[in-house]
Design a protein around this ligand. Structure first.
Ligand code: CAA
Length: 295
């Protein structure tokens, strides 16, 4: 991946217009990151209501930055002005790169990538923000698997500085390095990782978060005390239950399931409590209640 581009015998790509499919928590955050760095963004959602929610996310997230005095209202207007909103995937025809941030369901992702393959120009790169699914399996749904890459952002995307760049056995020479370059242009630090469930961060993180649920269920300590212990004992920004609520209990559960299926490591067998909360629709911050309640 670090091979200089001149050895690959092709010109480096330029990424000026990017598409973001799915404007939920992650997609809206990713759109914000691209637009902040001066790229033109085409945000795509399934229907008008979802599109309005995505726009709302972007307005409130950038609004907070303005309220803190870190961005002027003119800059906010310019940032939002670089994002166009649409419910038509066909509008992605001219994008240099399209990144997908839809739910973690393989059939949805493969269907989307087959569609993007049909719509997008031949040179376009197709990226997935999947946190646990196989990038190779997603790539195989297209006629251009060499141009498919994982670009994994962290929640909240505008704040977290890491991007995991995931290459596959069929990725085009130099593409992972180009995507890492794009991540740097966004002000992020890229790491390159192979295509194994959970990549680096989630593979280590979910074992920990899941284990926190197991310990809570065992009665070892209370929710608040486990959170305080990990936050203050390790100097982390938040304890495991606060972080589970931020990541989303559904996402956490799904990542655990995938990790467990692939590794058969019991550390990743989803804790019953996590499953119950997800079944009850208590998904964390995004639904107003998870381990904690949010006003
Ligand atoms: N754009 C730019 N900067 C922004 C911003 C935005 N939209 N929103 C907030 N910020 C900045 C703030 O200005 C602030 O900067 P300063 O510290 O310089 O003032 C900083 O970000 C923190 O913001 P807040 O003060 O609003 O929030 P906080 O201090 O309470 O921190 C937090 C919130 C960033 C979420 C912090 O608690 C944290 O880092 N938590 C851990 C998050 C984490 O681990 N995420 C990874 C989850 S795993 C994952 O995502 C992988 C997966 O696939 C499941």
């Amino acid at each position: 991946p670090d091979e200089p581009l001149w050895e690959t015998g092709r010109m480096a790509r330029t990424f000026e217009t990017v598409g973001v499919v799915g404007l939920g928590t992650m997609g809206a955050g990713i759109a914000e990151v691209f637009a902040r760095s001066g790229l033109n963004v085409i945000g795509v959602e399934a229907d008008d209501a979802a599109l309005a929610r995505g726009r709302g996310h972007l307005e409130s997230s950038t609004g907070k930055v303005v309220a803190r005095g870190r961005m002027s209202t003119q800059e906010q207007t310019a940032l939002l002005g670089r994002i166009s909103f649409t419910t038509s995937r066909e509008d992605l025809a001219g994008a240099d790169l399209v990144i997908e941030a839809i739910p973690e369901i393989m059939e949805y992702k493969r269907a989307l990538f087959a569609d993007l393959d049909r719509i997008c120009k031949p040179s376009a790169v197709l990226a997935t923000n999947t946190s646990s699914l196989s990038v190779t399996a997603i790539a195989a749904a297209t006629s251009r698997p060499a141009q498919v890459v994982g670009m994994h952002f962290f929640n909240p995307a505008p704040v977290m500085r890491l991007v995991e760049v995931i290459g596959t056995v069929v990725i085009e020479d130099g593409l992972a390095a180009e995507v890492a370059g794009l991540a740097r242009r966004l002000g992020k630090t890229p790491v390159t990782v192979g295509d194994r469930a959970g990549f680096v961060v989630n593979r280590l993180l979910l074992g920990y978060l899941n284990h926190a649920c197991v310990l809570l269920e065992s009665g070892l300590s209370s929710r608040d005390d486990i959170d305080v212990a990990m936050k203050l004992g390790l100097g982390l920004p938040m304890g495991p239950f606060t972080l589970l609520d931020l990541v989303g209990l559904d996402t956490s559960y799904e990542v655990c399931e995938v990790l467990f299926r692939e590794s058969r490591d019991r550390r990743h067998a989803p804790a019953p409590m996590l499953r119950e909360l997800v079944t009850a629709g208590l998904l964390g911050r995004k639904t107003g209640r998870g381990f904690y309640s949010y006003g």
